[in-house]
Design a protein around this ligand. Structure first.
Ligand code: ADP
Ligand code: MG
Length: 236
């Protein structure tokens, strides 16, 4: 619609004029869509944490992000907000297919991310699902190809890539690796090569972990483009 077009153009103008993480105090200081701000307010999030300020600013500028901050610093919103914004700007509709893929090492972490996403996506019209096993394969494949935001574990995702030719990532706009160090430096490393090979090169990639992962190998695998290194250190 014209209203959405105008909003997106206005947000882009504010981003192009320059955004500075140090000037951000509340979520409404970011150039974020009305729907994302409404979801954050409804979930009672008002002030971004340091990692959220820096990572969201870099991601809104369409940069790839390598984010590091200790456990409990708020990394989940630091990638979920850019995911919602990327899909909104791509005018993703619920039947559009997989536009965002969030990979995390364990089912428990996948559940936690899904919970936070469900809290803040209420004003948006995106579909979201967990792909972590426990469902029939064919059902999961159908879900994966018809869901805008897929949250999955590497093993289960690879299972689908190996077992089906129907997996479709052509519309992918944004890839997130949460706990990236645990994904890239472990038994999942080979799986990740395979997964990345199935994804379009033209995409935004966000990596988050508790420690900064500058491993050349890991970066080569993901072919990040001039990533913004964002890390938050403790001041105590
Ligand atoms: P991490 O992934 O870095 O370990 P989480 O994203 O799991 O951190 O967040 C840790 C806790 O902080 C959660 O309980 C979450 O609800 C809370 N939290 C995150 N961001 C904010 C915020 N901006 N304002 C208030 N609480 C927040
Ligand atoms: Mg986390």
């Amino acid at each position: 619609s014209q209203i959405v077009d105008n909003e997106i153009a206005d947000l882009q103008r504010r981003i192009d004029e320059g955004i500075d993480a140090n000037q951000i105090e509340t979520f409404s200081d970011f150039p974020l869509s009305r729907n994302t701000l409404a979801g954050l307010a409804k979930a009672r999030f008002s002030k971004p944490t340091d990692i959220q300020k820096q990572a969201v600013c870099a991601a809104l500028q369409a940069r790839d992000v390598l984010g590091a901050a200790k456990t409990g610093s708020g990394k989940t919103l630091a990638f979920l907000i850019p995911v919602l914004e990327a899909l909104y700007k791509a005018k993703t509709s619920p039947t559009f297919g997989m536009a965002a893929l969030i990979i995390t090492p364990t089912r428990e972490l996948a559940f936690q991310i899904f919970e936070v996403l469900n809290k803040i996506r209420t004003a948006h019209d995106f579909s979201a699902n967990l792909i972590i096993g426990g469902k029939h394969m064919w059902r999961e494949v159908g879900l994966m190809n018809s869901t805008n935001i897929v949250i999955c574990t590497p093993g289960r995702l690879l299972h689908h890539l190996d077992q089906t030719r129907m997996f479709n990532a052509d519309e992918l706009k944004i890839l997130v690796l949460d706990e990236a160090d645990r994904i890239m430096d472990s038994k999942f490393a080979k799986d990740m090569d395979n997964i990345i090979g199935h994804l379009p090169a033209e995409r935004q990639t966000l990596l988050f972990s508790a420690t900064q992962t500058k491993s050349v190998k890991a970066l080569a695998r993901l072919s990040l483009k001039d990533p913004a290194y964002v890390s938050v250190h403790e001041h105590e």
